[in-house]
Design a protein around this ligand. Structure first.
Ligand code: KMH
Ligand code: ZN
Length: 273
């Protein structure tokens, strides 16, 4: 098995300060959370930008400031969101790609998202994939429903993405695929050989699915975007605390944790010199 890549999803677009008092919001807070997650063992940070009042934004300037501060603090892989919030326009969502990050997320289909709809029509998905290819940005396919894998494979057929592909199975979002090990096993079985994958278990599904992924040779995402609790009824102190738990379990399993450069190698991202 390869070393374990841990992603910390630091903020998301949905969680509020009312729900999680330690949610990082400003670029400085997000960069500090990234540094803490890196020090705890994260190789990638998945980032959503926010305005000072907490409103999610896809503004390139805000993402640029976050990227600059994170790069100054540590060598972690910066992975901005092209998902944004459900109400962002397609053009808003694509803005962070102009910063030429090493990676970015890409959801390859539309699904229910709680009471909302997370819209990812083919035109948007192809435009995002084309831009990422032009700029040498590694896509992480966010898979909320099984058909999204087929859509990612269609991008491959059209030459809009290159192998090896990398998938994130986001399981347990109300309205989309449930957070079960059976679903995870089914999805892992459906991706091309040689692909890499990680899992984001939402809420109470975070730790059980992380454990399954670690045993299956996959990678793991944790953090406030996915889960704000350390355990039932007890809020987590930080995303770093959730990363630290995964590191602890990985050690018990005998699975070494990847550094950012080791993660770059596993994912096929050029290592910076
Ligand atoms: N906030 C969700 C609607 C991504 O970052 O690419 C979409 C999302 C996926 O979080
Ligand atoms: Zn996200």
């Amino acid at each position: 098995m390869s070393k374990l890549i841990i992603t910390a999803a630091l903020t998301g677009a949905e969680v509020t300060r009312e729900q999680q008092p330690n949610l990082p919001i400003t670029p400085e807070e997000i960069a500090q959370a990234a540094l803490e997650a890196y020090e705890a063992g994260a190789a990638i940070v998945h980032v959503h930008a926010r305005l000072a009042d907490g409103t999610p934004t896809q503004d390139k300037e805000v993402y640029g400031e976050i990227k600059r501060l994170i790069e100054r603090a540590c060598p972690v892989i910066f992975q901005p969101s092209t998902g944004g919030a459900v109400w962002h326009t397609a053009q808003e969502r694509l803005q962070p790609l102009e910063l030429d990050p090493e990676m970015a997320t890409l959801t390859t289909g539309t699904c229910n998202f709680g009471r909302d709809i997370f819209a990812n029509p083919q035109e948007f998905v192809e435009e995002a994939a084309r831009l990422m290819q032009e700029r040498g940005i590694k896509p992480e396919f966010e898979i909320f429903e099984a058909g999204m894998i087929d859509n990612a494979l269609r991008l491959l057929k059209k030459g809009l993405v290159r192998e090896p592909l990398h998938f994130n199975f986001v399981l347990g979002v109300p309205g989309a695929m449930a957070g079960t090990v059976r679903n995870l096993a089914f999805l892992v079985d459906a991706i091309p050989p040689g692909s890499t994958w990680t899992v984001s278990g939402i809420g109470r599904h975070e730790t059980p699915l992380a454990l399954a992924a670690m045993a299956m040779g996959g990678h793991v995402r944790v953090g406030f975007e996915d889960n704000i609790y350390y355990k039932k009824g007890e809020l987590a102190v930080s995303s770093a605390q959730l990363v630290a738990r995964i590191v602890c379990i990985a050690q018990e399993l005998g699975r070494e944790v990847a550094s950012p450069d080791e993660a770059r190698e596993i994912l096929g991202i050029p290592v910076k010199t």
